[in-house]
Ligand binder design. Structure first.
Ligand code: NAP
Length: 483
């Protein structure tokens, strides 16, 4: 099956921070993909803007190298790459000074969609927005895209929102959470709201619990000092895991439209109960072979920042009363895995002999690796010998269902095209981000006041022992991370 491509209208996209890691690894290779498949019209313009004093040719050289590094050879030809590079321009801009803004204004065209992607530190969001507004470069229908982290607490998120809203209307602001651009995450919405099969079961009468796991096999990898200011709560839970929880728990929106969807997500966040400290486990990895761990990576022997976090969360509304959501995320775990498991209750009366190790029905929504959705069911073990049960999964993995050649867009590609189309559905609204911080802040505040240290866990393992207890004491168990 070949992915259907609907070209967007021609656009001028300015990428602030175009020489940076994110732009080179994700944004520009993603745009190249969209160009290659014919979605990005060739009369579109991408203007790189950063501090480095490059000219356009030097910038094109940098991006040629990035495409060669980050796009597989089978997915590019030299002609395609050179044609894409023709769309690129560069301007040396100082986000906090006067340099470059006049030149930038001169490069932009009338009557084209105008978008500004701020792939820079959030400390620059306010000054860039202000300069775009003061110079008249931003028009009333321009779009502005901002990267994570969107604040480190409620007050800083409110300040960032205020900075942006001084210059742009909320309907022009696109706050990226790239998890929302993942194919499976959107498929989750299709699964829930385009089928009549699941919705009648989608409540605490039928769902025993939900597990959301985002496990990474890598550690903090040279970003230790930055990460130490943040930790798993700020880096992953307040944003990515919260977004996944919202998509599972939200009520069906009245329409598949940005505000209808985001209204329902905000209601979920506002329905979250404060988390009891006894339902939270924080950990730091340690490698016994190397006699070093998170603290050494963070260059902070006294660090109490968590590289692992597990928690039991309750959504206090009619649909979910009695169905806990268990969240866990961590670094240096056994494998890289992001998935949601919706675990259904057992039948009220079992007529068959007890099956050893039976786990019951579950819908597994896998974001990475092997993106796809599986439904675990119990069937009769084939063959003679009586009525023995076994478990099989109905596999809705994309490679199987749609063919291995189907290139599923990277999350960034999809989200950038949504910006050009002016569709905010997969972007976080200001009040949504603030609601998530209002939930997270008291939890983080309590840690800061407490003298409790994070538990130690083995690098390459499944997280601290205490996190097993968190779910075992409720008579449940985590799904395995890796084999
Ligand atoms: P980075 O590699 O440090 O790049 C920063 C970019 O900002 C560079 O292009 C730099 O230009 C430019 N810049 C810095 N100060 C400037 C100024 N005063 N005026 C104009 N340009 C300036 O950072 P990054 O990793 O790409 O991350 C960018 C943003 O995305 C950050 O907010 C980060 O948190 C977020 N993010 C990154 C990732 C990732 O995987 N990298 C993932 C999620 C979110 P010069 O290099 O030319 O000086």
């Amino acid at each position: 099956m070949v992915a259907r491509v609907i070209p967007v209208d021609p656009f001028d996209l300015v990428i602030f921070g175009a020489t940076g890691d994110l732009a080179r690894r994700k944004i520009l290779p993603g745009l190249f993909h969209r160009f290659r498949v014919g979605q990005m019209p060739d009369d579109s313009k991408i203007i790189g803007a950063a501090r480095s004093k490059f000219d356009t040719n030097e910038f094109r050289d940098l991006i040629r190298e990035a495409i060669q590094e980050f796009i597989a050879e089978k997915d590019r030809s030299d002609d395609q790459v050179e044609a894409f590079l023709e769309c690129l321009d560069y301007v040396h801009v100082d986000a906090t000074g006067d340099t470059g803004w006049k030149k930038l204004a001169g490069l932009l065209r009338e009557n084209k969609i105008r978008a500004f992607y701020l792939s820079v530190s959030p400390s620059l969001f306010g000054s860039i927005a202000q300069r775009l507004s003061d110079t008249g470069i931003a028009t009333s229908d321009s779009r502005i895209v901002v990267e994570k982290p969107f604040g480190h607490d409620l007050a800083s998120a409110q300040a960032l929102n205020a900075d942006l809203l001084r210059c742009f209307d909320e309907k022009q602001i696109y706050r990226i959470d790239h998890y929302l651009g993942k194919e499976t995450v959107q498929n989750l919405m299709a699964l829930r709201f385009a089928n009549s099969l699941f919705e009648p079961l989608w409540n605490s009468t039928h769902i025993d619990h939900v597990q959301i796991t985002v496990a990474e096999s890598l550690g903090v990898e040279g970003r230790g000092e930055y990460y130490d200011q943040s930790g798993a709560m700020r880096d992953m839970v307040q944003n990515h895991l919260m977004q996944l929880l919202c998509l599972i728990a939200m009520e069906p929106p009245s329409r598949f439209e940005p505000n209808a969807v985001r209204d329902e997500k905000v209601k979920v966040i506002e329905a979250l109960e404060p988390v009891d400290p006894s339902e939270i486990v924080r950990g730091q990895y340690y490698d016994w072979n190397e006699s070093k761990g998170y603290k050494e990576d963070a260059n902070n022997p006294e660090s109490r920042t968590e590289s692992y976090l597990a928690m039991k969360v309750a959504v206090a509304n009619w649909r979910w009363a009695g169905t806990p959501f268990y969240l866990r995320t961590g670094k240096k775990l056994r494998a890289r895995l992001s998935e949601i498991a919706v675990v259904f209750r057992d039948p009220p009366h079992m007529i068959f002999p007890k099956m050893e190790g039976r786990r019951g029905n579950a819908l597994i929504i896998r974001l990475q690796p092997d993106e796809g959705i599986k439904l675990r069911t119990t069937i009769k073990e084939p063959g003679p010998g009586g009525m023995r049960l076994t478990e099989v999964s109905m596999d809705m993995t994309f490679d199987n269902a749609l063919g291995e050649d189907m290139h599923t867009e990277d999350a960034y590609e999809r989200l950038i095209m949504d910006v050009i189309r002016g569709n905010q559905t997969l972007f976080m609204r200001g009040d949504e981000v603030e609601a998530a911080w209002a939930w997270a802040d008291p939890i983080i505040g309590a840690w800061q006041e407490s003298s409790q240290k994070p538990a130690s866990y083995d690098s390459g393992g499944s997280g601290p022992e205490e996190s097993l207890m968190l779910i075992h004491k409720d008579g449940r168990r985590w799904r395995a991370i890796g084999s």
